[in-house]
Design a protein around this ligand. Structure first.
Ligand code: PNS
Length: 170
């Protein structure tokens, strides 16, 4: 039988390219559930990212500054190996809609097969955030749409500069 660790560390992995208000809400809620939460950016991602891992780390750090016991990190290789290395017993993922379920189920079952001692825990996204994704936010801003309220203001500024070439505010 497994016993509860004295300190429950959870890892919230993802691309975070960039962080959205959906991610942020999940981080805020999860930070009250676990003793420590590590938000971990995947480094060796096959997807072409808009922001470098360093930029994404900075953006995350800016917005989680006020949350207790939340660390921003990045990892290479298998998520479960990184979780074990960091002493995490939980992998945290968010589910927005049924369409997320199949992909999440596959990952959770594979991760369980690789390291059964690590549990995947799912939190449901808030209804108001259930349509937000980093991919759509980038598409909307690129095409001139309004993304206010979908990402933190600091992230919106960075998106505007990167995708629309807007200058930095004085
Ligand atoms: O935000 P994303 O892109 O949906 O996050 C996907 C992520 C980073 C959680 C997933 O790609 C991952 O865990 N990659 C690390 C490599 C790994 O462990 N692969 C096997 C997962 S079953």
């Amino acid at each position: 039988m497994r016993t509860k660790p004295a300190t429950v560390v959870a890892i919230y992995p993802g691309s975070f390219d960039p962080i959205t208000n959906g991610h942020l809400d999940l981080i805020q809620r999860a930070s009250t559930l676990f003793d420590k939460l590590i938000v971990a950016i995947l480094r060796n991602d096959e997807k072409q990212a808009l922001f470098s891992v360093e930029e994404r780390t900075e953006m995350l750090q800016e917005v989680v500054r006020d949350f207790a016991d939340v660390e921003v990190a990045s990892f290479n290789g298998l998520l479960v190996d990184y979780a074990a290395e960091r002493g995490a017993s939980v992998i945290l993922r968010g589910i927005r809609a049924v369409s997320d379920y199949e992909y999440e189920l596959q990952m959770a079952l594979m991760n369980r097969r690789l390291r059964p001692e690590i549990e995947t825990v799912f939190l449901l996204a808030r209804e108001a955030h259930s349509f937000i994704s980093s991919r759509l936010v980038k598409e909307v801003i690129r095409l001139g749409g309004n993304i206010a309220g979908l990402v933190p203001a600091s992230v919106e500024g960075r998106l505007r500069r990167r995708l629309l070439g807007e200058p930095r505010e004085p």
